[in-house]
Write a protein that binds this ligand. Structure first.
Ligand code: NAD
Ligand code: UDX
Length: 483
C-alpha cells in the first residue's frame, strides 16, 4: 500500500534524527525521509556508526531504516514530494551583527524556508521543530507565501522537549507533545493531521494544542525555567561551601516539597549543552526588543550564575593546589556536557579546561564517548590563542600541546597531581579509587564537579577532596583566596 502520509525532515541532527526515527517506528504506514546538506552526516545515518551516540537509538533506526525511514541528501526532491515538512535545522546564537551574542541566527531556517517555497508544487504543512524566537512562524509564513505560486502552506510550531542521553525514552513516553497552529479552518486541520501522527503512541491528554506564539514561547520558557532551577541550586551550593551546609541534603529537603519536586536540583560544575544558554540568551534578546529590560535582566542572571559556577570550580582547583597548577598534571574525567552523550556543545568542561590551561596546567582528558579530535577542536577555539598569542608563545607552544588524551581512565590518572570529575558518567562512581590514589602524586587532590564520589570514603583513603556544595576539606578551606 502507498504510505498514508509522507513526511520530510530538513536537518538530520540530534533532534531530527531521533525524532523522525521514533515517528517511523510508531507509524509503519507513514514514509519518513530525513534530509541534510551534510553528506557526511547522512552517510553516517546510513551506516552502522550513527553520527550521534544516544542509548537505544541504533535499535530504533535499525528497525525502520530502509522500511519507512530514509536518510538522504536529495533535499529538494524529497521536500517537493512530501505532505509535511519538519524543519529541524540548527538555530545557533548570532556571532556577528545585530543581536550578536544573544539573538538566534535564523540563516539556516530562512534558507530552508526559501528552498521549500521554491521547490514545492503542492500544498504543505511546515512544522517548526527547531527552537525559534517567538513570532518566527509569522516571518516564515511571509517567506513562504511571497514565493509560492498559489500553493498553500500551513505553519505549525511543534517544539521538541527531548533531552540528550534520554532522547529515545523521552520520545517514546513524552510528558507532553505541544502543537501550536493558526486558529483558522486550515490551521486547525493541519494541527489535527500532526496530532494524528503523535496519537499513534502518545495518549490524547498529553497532546496539547495552542496558538502559534504560545507554542513557540513555551519552548524558550521551559528551557529558561529548567536552567533557572540549576542556577538556583548552584547559587545555594556556593553558600553551602561558605557555611558548612551540604547542598545534597538541602536539595533533598527542598525537593520533598511537592510544589518544588525532586528532579533537576542536582548541583553541578554548571549546565552545558547546546540549548540552555542559547535559548535563554534568545529570550533575553526578545525581552530587550520588547522594551522589557527588567525581565531581560532577570533571565540574564541564570546564565551569569552558570558562568560564575564554572569559573568558581576552576579557581577552587588552582587555589587548593597552592595557587598554581603550572606544569602539574591534572586528569579530567568526563568532557561531554552530561552522561550518556558524546555531545560537547557548551560543555562546562571547556571552560574549566581553559581556566586550568590559563594557569598552565598539563591536562590528560578521558571521556568514554568523546573522541580526541573533538576535544582538541573544542579546546583550540581558545580565547587566549587570539587574545594573547605572545604570552602563549612564551609558555611554550599552543594550548593544545598541553593536552593529552587517554583511552583508559586509570592511565589518565597515573602520576596526576589532581583529578577533576566533570561529567557524571556511571563508570566514575565505581572506579577503584584506591588504585588511582596509589598511582598519584601526593598530596592527591580530587575535585568532584558532579557530586558522585563518597567524600568521607575518599578522605579516609587520603585524598584531599572538594565536592561542589559540600562542607570543605580543612585543607581546601585554609588555602582559599577570594572565591
Ligand atoms: P544539529 O546541528 O545537530 O542539526 C541540525 C542539522 O541541520 C545539521 O546536520 C545541518 O547540516 C542541517 N542543516 C542546516 N541547514 C540546512 C538546510 N538548509 N538544509 C538541510 N539541512 C540543513 O542541531 P540539533 O541539536 O538537532 O538542533 C536542531 C534544533 O532543535 C535547534 O533549533 C535546537 O535548538 C532544537 N533543539 C535541540 C535539542 C537538543 O537536545 N539538541 C532539543 C530540543 C530542541
Ligand atoms: C535540555 C532540556 O532538558 C530539554 O527538555 C530540551 O529539549 C533541550 O535542552 P539537554 O540539554 O539535552 O536538554 O540535557 P539536560 O538533561 O537538560 O541537561 C542540561 C545540562 O544541565 C547538563 O549539563 C546537565 O548536566 C545539567 N544539569 C541537569 C545539572 O547540572 N543539574 C541537574 O539537576 C540537571
Amino acid at each position: 500500500a502507498p504510505p498514508s502520509l509522507k513526511i520530510c525532515c530538513i536537518g538530520a541532527g540530534y533532534v531530527g534524527g531521533p525524532t523522525m526515527a521514533m515517528i517511523a517506528l510508531k507509524c509503519p504506514d507513514v514514509e519518513v525521509n530525513v534530509v541534510d546538506i551534510s553528506k557526511a552526516r547522512i552517510a553516517a545515518w546510513n551506516s552502522d556508526n550513527l553520527p550521534i551516540y544516544e542509548p537505544g537509538l541504533s535499535e530504533v533506526v535499525e528497525a525502520c531504516r530502509g522500511r519507512n525511514l530514509f536518510f538522504s541528501t536529495d533535499v529538494e526532491r524529497l521536500v517537493a514530494d512530501c505532505d509535511v515538512v519538519f524543519v529541524s535545522v540548527n538555530t545557533p546564537t548570532k556571532t556577528t551583527g545585530l543581536g550578536a551574542g544573544k539573538a538566534a541566527d535564523l540563516t539556516y531556517w530562512e534558507s530552508a524556508a526559501r528552498m521549500i517555497a521554491t521547490v514545492s508544487k503542492s500544498d504543505k504543512i511546515v512544522v517548526e521543530k527547531s527552537t525559534v524566537p517567538v513570532k518566527t512562524a509569522e516571518a516564515i509564513e511571509k517567506v513562504l507565501s511571497h514565493n509560492a505560486k498559489g500553493i498553500k502552506f500551513q505553519i505549525l510550531s511543534n517544539p521538541e522537549f527531548l533531552a540528550e542521553g534520554t532522547a529515545i525514552q523521552d520520545l517514546a513516553f513524552p510528558d507532553r507533545v505541544l502543537i501550536g497552529g493558526r486558529d483558522t479552518e486550515g490551521g486547525q486541520k493541519a494541527v489535527n493531521t500532526l496530532k494524528s501522527v503523535y496519537a499513534r503512541w502518545v495518549p490524547e491528554d498529553k497532546i496539547i494544542t495552542t496558538g502559534l506564539w504560545s507554542a513557540e514561547l513555551s519552548k524558550l520558557a521551559a528551557n529558561a525555567i529548567l536552567a533557572q532551577r540549576i542556577s538556583s541550586v548552584n547559587a545555594i551550593s556556593a553558600l553551602c561551601e561558605s557555611t558548612g551546609a551540604d547542598v545534597s541534603e538541602v536539595a533533598f529537603a527542598i525537593g520533598k516539597d511537592t510544589r518544588i519536586g525532586p528532579k533537576f536540583l542536582q548541583s553541578s560544575v554548571g549546565f552545558g549543552g547546546s540549548c540552555f544558554q542559547k535559548d535563554i540568551l534568545n529570550l533575553v534578546y526578545i525581552c530587550e526588543c520588547n522594551g522589557l529590560s527588567e525581565v531581560a535582566h532577570y533571565w540574564k542572571q541564570v546564565v551569569a550564575i552558570n558562568d560564575y559556577q564554572k569559573s568558581r570550580f576552576a579557581k577552587r582547583v588552582i587555589s587548593s593546589m597552592f595557587n598554581t597548577v603550572a606544569g602539574k598534571k591534572i586528569a579530567i574525567l568526563g568532557f561531554a556536557f552530561k552522561k550518556d552523550t558524546g555531545d560537547t556543545r557548551e560543555t562546562p568542561a571547556i571552560d574549566v579546561c581553559h581556566g586550568l590551561l590559563g594557569d598552565r596546567a598539563v591536562l590528560t582528558i578521558f571521556d568514554p564517548q568523546v573522541p580526541e579530535e573533538q576535544i582538541r577542536r573544542d579546546l583550540s577555539m581558545n580565547k587566549f590563542e587570539w587574545d594573547h598569542p605572545h604570552q602563549l608563545h612564551s609558555h611554550g607552544g599552543s594550548v593544545t600541546s598541553k593536552i593529552e588524551y587517554a583511552t583508559d581512565v586509570y592511565e589518565a590518572c597515573k602520576g596526576a597531581h589532581g583529578i577533576c570529575i566533570l561529567t557524571e558518567w556511571e563508570m566514575f562512581r565505581n572506579l577503584d579509587y584506591q588504585r588511582i590514589y596509589d598511582n598519584m602524586q601526593k598530596p592527591a587532590f580530587l575535585f568532584d564537579g558532579r557530586n558522585i564520589v563518597k567524600v568521607a570514603d575518599m578522605r579516609k583513603m587520603g585524598f584531599i577532596v572538594y565536592s561542589i556544595g559540600k562542607p570543605l576539606d580543612p585543607w581546601v578551606k585554609d588555602l582559599q583566596i577570594n572565591i
